[in-house]
Design a protein around this ligand. Structure first.
Ligand SMILES: Nc1ncnc2c1ncn2[C@@H]1O[C@H](COP(=O)(O)OP(=O)(O)O)[C@@H](O)[C@H]1O
Ligand SMILES: CC(=O)N[C@@H](CCC(=O)OP(=O)(O)O)C(=O)O
Length: 259
């Protein structure tokens, strides 16, 4: 029987709020068994970039990563955000170790091919090194991944954190029974975004298509749900979307997704 592995991704709005972040990290530190954290920080990168006079370049809500934006991404995701999270987890007695895809050669990627848009230094994931990550887990470390990957030839890439979480969940499912948790500021996938009490408890493939057609899944939820179904279609046992209470054993008010 495979051991269980919980993969938790925390969203940008949580990272922006010190108190929420600290609360989520405390709950994460109490999650039992093997676990792994993935964080984004897109908003922080925009904020720090602005201070440096490097404005974020977006197309349809997606970041274009030129050479100087990549430097900002490396500094903010791999440095500021990652190290703060690792230090906080250590304060909760969780033996966290900060990781990018280059560390331990854990996530290899290639530059996204240019179609209508050239996204610059954005990486599409090719391979997850499950053996090396498992070695860390079995040595009782808790890996904390930022939104950076590499090509094995010295080039780092910016890769969306939701995608990294899904690809890690898929890659690690050769060794573990993986559950993927997308933890953000809302209680789950909502029937109406303005109403926190409209959590949809369970979504399967049929319902997913209905919600898409009804326009209930929109904005940031579109790529998130796409990543969820990509993971479920590739051996990931279960995917959950919700707020920090989802990490508490007693909570049931969040969205679970199945095929
Ligand atoms: N049906 C929905 N339920 C919940 N959130 C939704 C829904 N449709 C769109 N959203 C939006 O998606 C956002 C989450 O996406 P995003 O900001 O990319 O997440 P993250 O914080 O994890 O990076 C929410 O803040 C919300 O505004
Ligand atoms: C290529 C790409 O989309 N990279 C993302 C990585 C950060 C991220 O995913 O942050 P959130 O989870 O906080 O949105 C970006 O630069 O915005």
């Amino acid at each position: 029987m495979k051991q269980r592995l919980s993969i938790v991704k925390i969203g940008g709005n949580i990272i922006e709020d010190e108190q929420q972040l600290s609360h989520v990290l405390e709950l994460f530190s109490k999650v039992e068994g093997h676990k792994l954290l993935v964080h984004g920080g897109g908003k922080k990168a925009t904020e720090i970039g602005n201070k440096l006079g490097i404005e974020a370049k977006m197309t349809n809500g997606r970041r274009i990563t030129d050479a100087e934006s990549l430097d900002v991404a490396i500094m903010v995701y791999g440095g500021l955000v990652n190290k703060n999270i690792v230090a906080q987890l250590q304060s909760f007695d969780c033996n966290a170790i900060g990781m990018s895809g280059a560390d331990g050669n854990s996530i290899k990627a290639h530059k996204r091919p240019v179609k209508e848009v050239d996204f610059g230094f954005v990486g599409d994931v090719e391979a997850v090194n499950a053996k090396n990550i498992s070695n860390l887990l079995n040595a009782h470390f808790t890996p904390v991944f930022c939104a950076l990957t590499h090509d094995g030839k010295g080039q780092l890439f910016n890769t969306n954190a939701d995608t990294i979480a899904a690809e890690l969940a898929i890659g690690m499912s050769t060794e573990f029974e993986t559950t993927l948790y997308y933890c953000f500021e809302k209680k789950g996938v909502l029937r109406s975004v303005a109403d926190e009490n409209s959590v949809i408890a369970h979504i399967d493939s049929k319902k997913y298509n209905q919600l898409l057609q009804q326009g209930i899944i929109a904005d940031g939820m579109l790529p998130k749900m796409h990543n969820c179904y990509h993971a479920l279609n590739n051996n990931v046992k279960q995917v959950c979307i919700g707020d920090s209470t989802m990490l508490e054993n007693s909570s049931s008010n969040f969205t679970t997704l199945t095929l």
